[in-house]
Ligand binder design. Structure first.
Ligand SMILES: NC(=O)c1ccc[n+]([C@@H]2O[C@H](COP(=O)([O-])OP(=O)(O)OC[C@H]3O[C@@H](n4cnc5c(N)ncnc54)[C@H](OP(=O)(O)O)[C@@H]3O)[C@@H](O)[C@H]2O)c1
Length: 134
């Protein structure tokens, strides 16, 4: 996908790490970014440091309601979405046999179901660009 100035991207897990770096790279190319995560103070700090205008949205990808509201809020402010990035994720490092079921299920809930929620509720908001075909 060609990234062009004026495009709008919704990025989950934007408060740090890969999501924050991606948000910066997109902002530097003229994209308006929906910065989504639970840590709104970090998102506000990031938004203030980026070139251009961006939208901070509180979003917990383990909650249908939270994902829907975050997407609605971004679309209401930015007017649409061309690029959806389901990046939010957690990792409990260590041998699998030493992990408790609670940790294993939490990773599934955030990394897998969280991705499904973001794509399921996000795709209908993508009216232009490659995502509009899915
Ligand atoms: N770094 C690597 O080498 C590597 C390798 C392979 C895959 N990955 C994957 O790439 C993604 C980003 O990795 P990273 O290293 O940048 O991780 P990171 O620095 O730990 O950042 C994780 C991001 O996900 C967000 N997040 C976690 N739980 C969330 C939830 N319930 N709802 C919304 N946002 C949530 C965090 O924001 P809040 O805590 O503010 O909500 C944070 O912005 C993850 O999916 C990770 O599994 C990373």
């Amino acid at each position: 996908m060609k990234i062009e100035p004026g495009m709008r991207a919704f990025v989950t897990g934007a408060s740090r790490g890969i999501g924050a770096a991606l948000a910066r790279a997109l902002a530097e190319r003229g994209v308006t970014v929906g910065l989504a995560a639970r840590s709104t103070a970090e998102l506000e700090e990031l938004a203030a440091s980026l070139p251009g205008e961006h939208v901070v949205v509180e979003c917990d990808v383990t909650s249908d309601e939270s994902v829907r509201e975050a997407l609605e809020s971004f679309v209401a402010q930015a007017g649409g979405i061309e690029l959806l990035v389901a990046n939010a994720g957690i990792t409990h490092y260590g041998p699998f046999r030493e992990q408790g079921m609670e940790e294993i299920l939490q990773m599934s809930e955030v990394n897998w179901h969280g991705t499904l929620r973001t794509v399921h509720y996000g795709l209908p908001t993508c009216s232009t660009g490659p995502a509009a075909r899915w």
